[in-house]
Ligand binder design. Sequence first.
Ligand code: PEP
Length: 251
Amino acid sequence: MARRKLLMGNWKMYKTVAQARAFAEELGRQTSRLSPAVDYAVCPPFTALHALRVILPSCVKLGAQNVHFAEEGAYTGEIAPGMLTELGVQYVLVGHSERRNVFHEPDAWMRQKVAAVAAHGMTPVLCVGEDLAEREAGRTLAVVEAQTVSGIADVRAEQASQMVIAYEPVWAIGTGRTPTPADAQEVIAYIRQVVAREKGEAAAAGVRILYGGSVKPDNIAGFTSQPDIDGALVGGASLDPSSFVAMAEAV
Ligand code: PEP
């Protein structure tokens, strides 16, 4: 079965509840421009999840930007998977480079988060990608391979086939710089081969692999028209409803 394209917005630490509501209301006025053949999601700050659940157009699903892998516990400031399912969250970002690099989340947590999200019936979105020094040292494929192998280690093959991986070169996030679509295709095809080796061909055929890093309305189609690129994870350009809709039309 063909993989459905996915356009996902990562709002990072932007938008109050009032601003999130305004986004949803504006998107609601433009839903006729959202194709039913594509999946859509936005990942707001945790504080806006409840409000958005109520007013987001039903074709736009909710994502969370992070999660803890424990069911509950003395983890001040953390959010458990069950707290997200209760709010109607469908996708959860795991291992965004800002979590890895700014908050120093260890690699070992990613596999536990991916497994916990999948066990709760949500879709993990495992983020992988090399930094500039790694790219310049010719280590891109080795880095994404190691992050992918480790991130999917604790999920079963059928869970892997349902998940999402986002290839986000760290040097492209928020910088306006991107790899060429052909470069991104090459890395993403490699990630798919790694999934095939680790979890089997069916998992590799099912897993959706997105490109992320300075995606905008005028460059998204170049990426999403590549054979192995199943959509985009977008930060800055997903904050404005008109830009979100323009990317939805181009995806
Ligand atoms: C991101 O935050 O995942 C991202 C890709 O950001 P931007 O689109 O702003 O580069």
